[in-house]
Design a protein around this ligand. Sequence first.
Ligand code: FES
Ligand code: FES
Length: 161
Amino acid sequence: MTHELIVNGTPQSWSENDEDVLLWYLRDGLGISGARFGCGIGICGCCTVLIGGKATHSCTARASMLAGAEISTLEGLAHKSADGTEVLHPVQQAFLENPLQCGWCLPGHIMSAVELLQQHASPSPEQLEASASRNLCRCGGYGTIRKAFARAVQLRREAPQ
Ligand code: FES
Ligand code: FES
C-alpha cells in the first residue's frame, strides 16, 4: 500500500515500509523534527501538528490513514518576504517575545495557537484560555504561555492583510 500526503505544502509518499505513527514518520522518515515526543499516549500535546487545519497529536495518528491529508508542522510556519528575509509567523514571534524555560512543550503550544488563529480572527477569552491550556508544560510555564497566546492574537490583528 502506498499513498501521498502533503507535508508543509510538499507532496510526500508513504508506503507500508515506512513508520506508521505519524510522529515517527515525520521525524525519522522525513527528518521533520519540530513535533516532539513526550508521553506517546495523546496526553501532553508536545507532538501536536495540524492535520487539515486541526490540531492533532501525531503520536497517536497513523500515516497509513492519512492519504491525501494536509499536514502542517512548525517548520512550515515562517515564510520568505519579497527580499528573501525570513518572516516569522505571529505565533512564533509571540513566543520569541515570551520565552519558556526548557521549551520542550513549545512546538505543541505553537501549533495549538496557530489553529486558534486560523479558526478565530478575534478569539474570545474563553477560546484563548481553552487553546492555551490544552497542552502540558512540565516546567509550569502556563502564565507565559497565556501571555504568548494573547500576544499572538494582537500581532495577527496588527499584521497587514
Ligand atoms: S507525545 Fe503525543 S500527546 Fe504526548
Ligand atoms: S517549558 Fe519545559 S516543558 Fe514547557
